[in-house]
Design a protein around this ligand. Structure first.
Ligand code: 5GP
Length: 129
């Protein structure tokens, strides 16, 4: 069965899209640790990051870096933290989280955004790509 992220990539489930290439897709996390929390996903559906072939792994990191740079331009933060977990969604994804303090990297710490805030944030990040 297709993962929830494959369904997002295929447009079957809506998302606040940030960027797309032939092989990768980035969108805002629906339950963010911090404003601008973004997920970068390879279209290839692989469960664990260590199982990616080396080329896809390196390209995922390069794609994530490009998105992270746009996040740093858009969001007032100290830096962008990176995490790879995958316990909830078994489809490789890199979490990019604009952080000011350590708790922003804690997955039990969440912020809530309105629909309008998600829409405006995604547009602002896209402008800085
Ligand atoms: P992990 O698998 O790394 O533990 O966490 C999965 C992440 O995906 C979580 O941060 C969660 O909020 C996010 N997520 C799960 N389902 C959806 C969804 O349908 N849309 C979006 N945008 N994010 C999701």
């Amino acid at each position: 069965m297709a993962s929830i992220f494959t369904k997002i990539i295929n447009g079957e489930i809506p998302c606040y899209k940030i960027a797309e290439t032939e092989d990768f897709f980035a969108f805002l996390d629906i339950n963010p640790n911090a404003k601008g929390h973004t997920l970068c996903v390879p279209k290839q559906e692989v469960n664990k990051i260590m199982d990616l072939d080396e080329k896809t792994y390196m390209e995922l990191m390069a794609f994530s870096r490009r998105i992270g740079q746009a996040l740093e331009k858009t969001i007032d933060c100290n830096r962008v933290g990176i995490a790879v977990i995958g316990l909830e969604v078994p489809h490789v994804h890199v979490h990019l989280i604009p952080i000011n303090e350590m708790r922003d990297m804690t997955f039990s710490h969440k912020v809530s955004l309105t629909e309008q805030e998600f829409v405006e944030l995604a547009a602002a990040i896209r402008e800085n790509l």
